[in-house]
Write a protein that binds this ligand. Structure first.
Ligand code: ATP
Length: 461
């Protein structure tokens, strides 16, 4: 059976992973709220990233910088001048498009292995659109306006007067909060280059064409690492972090057939980048960027040196060499990781007895609930709640005593709970329970005292 976005969206809404935003007011386009299961999955993804990129890395430390920053930051970073998408309207039906996405969709349609308009200028995009006779995807006409640049930053006002002096931006990426704190972090942690600073947080972009559920939204979370190294060693570190990111995904169970590393061609690169690669995933709507990994050279620190007049260069404590570190940036969208793991783990299985089940084969580290406690009879509630009380000290546990045991297994399978623990009348006698594995559906009998350890070991990755 086919995995479709409709099924994923329906499951998300039906089981409390993701709800449409502001729904009782008729919604707010392309905004989404994470429900009780969604917040668990999202937190688990962030925890897994933090574990790999901060906790287990001898190089990296964490940061949580502010969303609102001095507007000069965004001048220095190039976002005020250049953070824009090429916007185009259809004169007939008034639909709005990103010209680069129209071109990429056409490339895909024509069977291009890789469809990328990165690096194409406005006139090149326009020429491609005209030469290939691209029509408006909404109304089929060929009557487009010229391409205009549309800045993606959200503006608001800080303080009580709404004039331009008080204008601030919602950050469009978390990276700049890292660059402006480079010196403070280096000083206070006494880290020596090479080292990295990691951050997870919300970013905002006024996207022209959001869509595909939570793939592209205007408010989203990013997990970014800025890794500072000596110029000349950057390409080695670039390769190192590419592998590291890929391993993270595969270790958490992503199907290798659906993931690829796409190295950008020289003409796609930003002028300051010495190398960029995207890890892409094959979503039901096609290949999409999941993780961008870029060698940004000394571009960002240099820009901040020039605009802030602060000396952000680094002095090697051994050789006394002074230089501006190069920076390798792996940047991933948490919501995109969420969508990826949801899509990738979703399966519809036919069972031997002729029944079928929907399963989320999420890695136990990511699953919203690690276990569900299911008493076989309501008469066993007291004992079952005692087991629930013991296990929930260690991890998230569901409790369900409603309906047949078969139905309860199906419900837990569908939300990805890796272990179902049934409490029966023998439990009252010998303090053992049955533990059922979500994927194999095999059952083992364990002492109540062993269960927390047994499941905790399965959470490792
Ligand atoms: P695109 O060209 O598709 O707009 P981008 O190349 O501008 O994306 P980056 O600036 O490299 O994206 O952002 C880093 C990561 O942040 C992306 O790989 C993606 O996972 C995530 N991301 C970017 N924009 C969005 C968005 N609007 N919604 C959700 N996630 C996003």
């Amino acid at each position: 059976t086919e995995k479709t976005m409709d099924k994923i969206v329906a499951l998300s809404k039906g089981r409390g992973f993701v709800y449409p935003g502001s729904e009782i007011y008729g919604g707010l386009a392309n905004s989404w709220d994470y429900g009780p299961l969604g917040v668990e999955l999202k937190n688990n993804i962030k925890k897994a990233w933090w574990k790999r990129f901060v906790q287990e890395s001898p190089y990296n430390v964490g940061l949580d910088s502010a969303i609102l920053m001095n507007p000069e930051v965004w001048v220095a970073s190039g976002h005020v001048g250049g953070f824009s998408d090429p916007l185009m309207d259809c004169k007939d039906c008034k639909s709005r498009f990103r010209a680069d996405k129209l071109v990429e969709d056409d490339m895909t349609l024509k069977g291009a292995e890789v469809a990328s308009a990165d690096g194409m200028k406005e006139d090149e995009l326009m020429k491609y659109i005209e030469d290939n006779g691209i029509v408006c995807p909404k109304c089929g006409k060929k009557n487009f306006t010229s391409i205009r640049k549309f800045n993606l930053m959200f503006k608001t006002f800080m303080g009580i007067t709404e004039d331009s002096k008080n204008e601030v931006y919602l950050r469009p990426e978390t990276a700049q909060g890292i660059f402006v704190n480079f010196k403070s972090v280096a000083r206070t942690t006494r880290k020596k280059v090479p080292f990295g600073i990691a951050q997870i947080g919300k970013s905002f972009r006024n996207e022209i064409t959001p869509g595909n559920f939570i793939f592209r939204t205007r408010e989203f979370e990013q997990a970014e690492l800025e890794f500072f190294c000596k110029p000349g060693t950057d390409l080695e570190w670039f390769a190192f972090w590419k592998d590291y990111c890929m391993k993270f995904l595969l270790d958490l169970g992503l199907d290798a057939e659906y993931v690829r590393m796409r190295d950008h061609k020289p003409e796609e690169l930003s002028f300051y980048s010495a190398g960029t690669s995207d890890i892409e995933y094959k979503f039901p709507f096609g290949w999409g960027e999941l993780w961008g990994i870029a060698d940004r050279t000394s571009y960002d620190l240099t820009q901040h040196i020039n605009h802030s007049n602060e000396d952000l260069s680094y002095v090697d404590p051994v050789t006394n060499e002074k230089y501006i570190p190069y920076c390798v940036e792996p940047s991933v969208g948490v919501d995109r990781l969420f969508l990826t793991f949801l899509v990738d783990s979703y399966e519809e299985e036919s069972l031997e007895n002729g029944e079928s089940r929907n399963v989320l084969k999420l890695h136990p580290a990511l699953a919203p609930f690690k276990a569900a406690v299911l008493p076989l009879s309501k008469k066993l509630s007291e004992k079952a709640l005692e087991v629930y009380g013991q296990l929930s000290k260690h991890f998230m546990v569901d409790y369900d005593e409603a309906g047949s045991i078969g139905k309860r297994y199906r419900r837990e399978d569908e939300i990805g709970t890796p272990y179902c623990i049934t409490v029966d009348f023998d439990t009252l006698e010998d303090n053992t329970v049955t533990v059922r594995d979500r994927d194999t559906m095999e059952q083992i009998r364990l002492s109540v005292y062993e269960v927390a350890d047994y499941i905790s070991r399965k959470l490792e990755f």
